[in-house]
Write a protein that binds this ligand. Structure first.
Ligand code: ZN
Length: 185
């Protein structure tokens, strides 16, 4: 396994629309292992292949354990992830990105989605993440389409600098600022 370099904002490679995975090859398996290691080392909750310079539709996600969500704390590896259903309820929450180091900003996302794709062995995968996990899936799938969370800020000024170690505080604040916007169906 090896750590991969994370591509950061300003690099045009982040804006590429990634191509679908066609076969699970040894190279792809190696990429998956490297991405997991890179994400964990960087204390990230998700990573898309394009963020390590590989424009293929592949995401890895691992959110911290949360007693309210039995799917938290699990590792997800999804090839060709696709949102097939988006719930009507949305929530404004704080996001950061390993490709936009040192910043956090507010984005409105659906609180529940249905995701389809393939697991790491190429078997069909269908899953209904909720809450923070749904947010992370939407963020990572955006990466596969060349979209960054900074494109989706609730307002252009709702982004701020974060000092290392302050990210968790931001999350706690976010939980108190939930908002339902049925108007945006
Ligand atoms: Zn990101």
């Amino acid at each position: 396994m090896a750590l991969r370099e994370i591509v950061t904002v300003g690099d045009p490679r982040l804006r590429v629309r990634s191509r679908p995975v066609e076969r699970v090859t040894p190279e792809l398996r190696e990429l998956i292992r490297d991405m997991i290691e890179t994400m964990e080392t960087a204390n990230g909750v998700g990573l898309a292949a394009v963020q390590v310079g590989e424009p293929v539709r592949l995401i890895v996600i691992e959110t911290p354990e949360d007693e309210d969500d039995p799917n938290s704390g699990k590792l997800f590896v999804v090839l060709n992830p696709e949102i097939v259903k988006t719930g009507k309820e949305t929530e404004v929450g704080t996001e950061g990105c390993l490709s936009v180091p040192g910043y956090a900003g507010e984005v409105e996302r659906a609180t529940e989605i249905v995701v389809r794709g393939l697991d790491r062995h190429g078997k069909p995968f269908r899953f209904r993440p909720r809450g923070f996990l749904a947010r992370v899936f939407q963020h990572e799938i955006d990466h596969c389409n060349g979209i960054l969370y900074t494109d989706r800020l609730v307002a252009p000024d709702r982004i701020w600098e974060v000092k290392p170690g302050e990210e968790e505080q931001v999350e706690a604040e976010d939980a108190r600022r939930r908002k339902t916007t049925a108007a945006l169906e």
